[in-house]
Design a protein around this ligand. Structure first.
Ligand code: ARG
Length: 246
């Protein structure tokens, strides 16, 4: 006969309890994604997600450790227990939600296109890029990659590990376009005003959420209540203004 789990058993199994016992929250992110997580002049991670992680640790009264992990390693690190949560501008998608659990969204954006002046100055709608001879640069495993593969089957898709490599492809005219979240595309166009064009109308829905190990309902409800609380008490607005306000 199956024994009912007590509240005590459930709390013991929760990551929330492990964090409190260990006195430290271990957060995974890939530190190359302005303004959510990027390195300052000293190489220290800063950004909106970094401040969110700080608020979580502070609220729990524990130390914070940030692990800088490459994009495709984030979900595996969560699954293997190397990190307690991932906050990395990660879009919650149905495919990823098979592997991890996501909180409510804390930010919503969409994919946009950075176009090459050399190759794609004729493009004014992203659909035009779904054609033979068009080349798309995407960052491996991001939603830009997943969407390119699904919705742009006629184009050639070239995958790169780094965001900067994708931008270089567009700037030098080796690719027609790079698909990434709106703020990144706007930034890269600003930095390369003569060699790029930005199509800044989002063509996907990208809700960012915190990822945790699947099935940890206790930690999930705590994090959702945390998000609700900081939105209500001004802490969310404060870090939003700091990193995303204009
Ligand atoms: N939102 C996109 C995705 O989920 C890109 C996020 C990239 N984040 C990062 N820290 N590199 O695929």
């Amino acid at each position: 006969e199956a024994q009912a789990l007590t509240t005590h058993d459930i709390f013991r199994a929760s990551t929330l309890n492990q964090v409190l016992q260990r006195n430290k929250l271990i957060v995974g992110m890939e530190v190359e994604y302005f303004p959510f997580e990027y390195a300052d002049e000293k190489g220290q991670p800063i950004g909106f997600d970094v401040d969110m992680a700080r608020l979580i640790a502070k609220e729990l009264g524990v130390e914070l450790e940030i692990k800088d992990i490459e994009w495709t390693g984030l979900i595996p690190s969560l699954q293997s227990g190397k990190v307690d949560l991932v906050i990395s501008g990660m879009t919650r998608t149905l495919a990823r939600a098979r592997a991890v659990s996501f909180t409510d969204p804390y930010f919503v954006t969409g994919l946009c296109a950075l176009l090459s002046v050399k190759r794609a100055s004729d493009v004014n709608r992203v659909d035009q890029l779904n054609a033979p001879g068009r080349v798309l640069a995407v960052k491996t495993g991001t939603t830009g990659d997943l969407v390119a593969s699904k919705r742009f089957p006629k184009a050639t898709i070239n995958r790169f590990k780094d965001e900067t490599a994708c931008v270089r492809e567009v700037v030098t005219g080796r690719a027609d376009a790079f698909f990434y979240d709106q703020i990144s595309i706007a930034k890269h166009h600003k930095q390369n005003p003569n060699s790029t064009i930005a199509l800044l109308k989002p063509f996907t829905y990208e809700p960012f959420a915190i990822a945790i190990r699947k099935g940890d309902a206790d930690f999930l409800q705590w994090l959702n209540l945390f998000l609700e609380t900081i939105k209500a008490d001004g802490r969310y607005d404060e870090i939003f203004q700091k990193h995303l306000g204009d």
